[in-house]
Design a protein around this ligand. Structure first.
Ligand SMILES: Cc1ncc(COP(=O)(O)O)c(C=O)c1O
Length: 491
């Protein structure tokens, strides 16, 4: 996002007319309130007043303009003030095409600036930076939106998973089944509580854990015949991940658990890792409510993201909800009374204030925007047959955390991503190495070839720029470049 503060006393009419004619999606123009008289006949221009910073009374107009520009991170444009951006330089910079950002958080912020800043100022004034009313309000909103009895704000998606595993009493000697094709936090937290992650391969269409392979793994576990489960170890939980925003197949997973429970008489807890899926739906139910225990993340680049780390635990289980609340605050039952070893895993009030400002716009507009952007990508890319495009299963509604496609092979994937980068189009790979092959899990003894679908998919996938504010033009530009690259060189 480009940002300019215009010194209206020293800017030509010609420059102002160029601004009026431009249709700039990624640029913001400001004027200082001290020049409000000069701004009175500029109502046609997309210009806003900048907030006034505090400054000493000795300041001259020039100093005030410089300080205002600095406070809002803008270039000061003036033909008189030394070291300011010249009008020519601004016009030249406006004419240059910026690279497409992978995730344009600045633009999203600029759309919601007033609400976000006003919420943050309220927190600065009341001063309850930990445990402010905003936390409770956010929990209430999320609980109603997801239709779950308990929603508990915490410090990150990783901590939400860790808190759940701790509250469920998962520990050494326990086995937790999960997918190898996810962000490290899903399995890292299992290892952190001392339990063993057991990886089950993914479904080739949704990239989520395969219910069929899960059933096989649980049958072997029930028969005490699973090669990765040692004598005395017990399967205690399953963490299913809603990858890229698409919910896993919960009915089938529940069915697999039911079969295991009825043949062994032992319980398995199902945890939904909805870090990428806040707002998604599975058969009419929201992510966060698809398993008795769920975790989400509000990391900045997540579909609903804040400006720091934050997460949330959801559950239908009153006891677990109580435990989570206690564990996230040092295991404290009353002030300075600690009946459990806990964590400092509270969400801070600033993050809750930002999320409150973004909550309704996200649920009402941005979530729909993401779907539209994904549909636009699909429409553009369906014209060629080179890629496997994302497929959303019937009954699912994705939150479109990522728009991830598959190339023919690793060589083609790497060629495409390098060429796109040269054209100012960034991409990302979610995820280049499945977790069973990561060095930190070498002690589990997995070999290349053990989970072939996850390994193949990890070699072929790449994600295209995605956020809630991408324009149709940006999508067309990305798709056009992508098509050009594959047509120019076949690999
Ligand atoms: C699937 C998954 N689980 C867990 C997490 C962890 O969330 P956080 O970054 O908020 O700790 C992430 C974040 O990237 C994720 O994608």
């Amino acid at each position: 996002m480009k940002r300019y503060l215009l010194d209206l006393a020293n800017i030509s009419q010609k420059t102002l007319s160029s601004i009026e004619k431009s249709n700039l999606d990624d640029t913001e123009f400001f004027v200082s309130p001290i020049q409000y008289k000069l701004s009175q006949n500029l109502t046609n221009l997309p210009i806003r007043f900048a907030p006034m910073p505090t400054f000493p009374v000795s300041y001259r107009e020039e100093d005030i303009l410089k300080k205002t520009a600095e406070a809002i991170g803008a270039h000061l444009v003036s033909s008189k003030i030394p070291n300011a951006f010249t009008e020519e330089k601004m016009l030249q910079s406006l004419a240059e095409k910026d690279p497409v950002p992978f995730c344009n958080l600045a633009k999203e912020y600029s759309n919601l600036r007033t609400e976000i800043e006003s919420n943050l100022l309220k927190v600065l004034s009341h001063g309850r930076f930990i445990g402010g009313d905003e936390i409770h309000l956010l929990e209430q909103k999320a609980q109603e939106y997801c239709n779950v009895p308990y929603a508990i704000a915490c410090s990150s998606g990783t901590d939400a998973l860790l808190l759940l595993l701790m509250a469920l009493g998962i520990q050494k000697g326990d086995v937790v089944i999960t997918t190898p094709f996810t962000f490290i936090a899903t399995a890292e937290t299992i290892a952190l509580v001392g339990a063993k992650p057991l990886f089950v391969d993914i479904d080739e269409t949704s990239y989520n854990i395969s219910p069929q392979k899960l059933k096989e793994a649980l049958r072997l576990a029930a028969a005490k015949n699973h090669p990765k489960i040692e004598e005395g170890e017990k399967v205690k939980a399953i963490i299913a991940v809603d990858l890229y925003g698409q919910p896993a197949d919960y009915e089938e997973i529940q069915q697999a658990i039911k079969e295991y429970e009825s043949s062994t008489g032992k319980k398995i807890a199902l945890i939904e890792d909805a870090a990428q899926a806040f707002g998604a739906q599975y058969k009419g139910k929201r992510a966060g409510s698809l398993a008795p225990y769920a975790a989400t993340s509000f990391f900045p680049a997540k579909p609903l993201g804040t400006y720091g780390d934050a997460g949330m635990v959801f559950t239908t289980d009153e006891q677990v909800a109580k435990q989570v609340r206690q564990l996230l605050n040092h295991g404290q039952s009353k002030r300075y009374v600690h009946s459990k070893i806990g964590l400092n895993a509270r969400m801070d009030t600033m993050q809750a204030a930002i999320l409150l400002a973004k909550f309704e716009p996200y649920c009402e507009t941005y979530l729909k925007n993401r779907k539209q952007i994904a549909n636009e990508y699909k429409k553009q890319l369906e014209r060629i047959s080179d890629f496997v495009l994302p497929e959303i299963k019937e009954g699912n509604d994705s939150a479109w955390a990522q728009f991830t496609i598959r190339a023919r092979n690793v060589k083609q994937r790497n060629h495409i991503t390098e060429e796109l980068q040269k054209r100012g189009i960034p991409t990302a790979i979610h995820y280049p190495k499945p977790l069973h092959l990561q060095e930190c899990f070498a002690y589990l003894g997995y070999q290349k070839g053990d989970l072939p679908v996850a390994e193949k998919v990890a070699d072929h996938v790449f994600s295209l720029p995605m956020d809630s504010v991408k324009t149709q033009e940006e999508i067309a530009y990305i798709a056009q470049n992508l098509i050009e690259i594959v047509k120019t060189k076949s690999i």
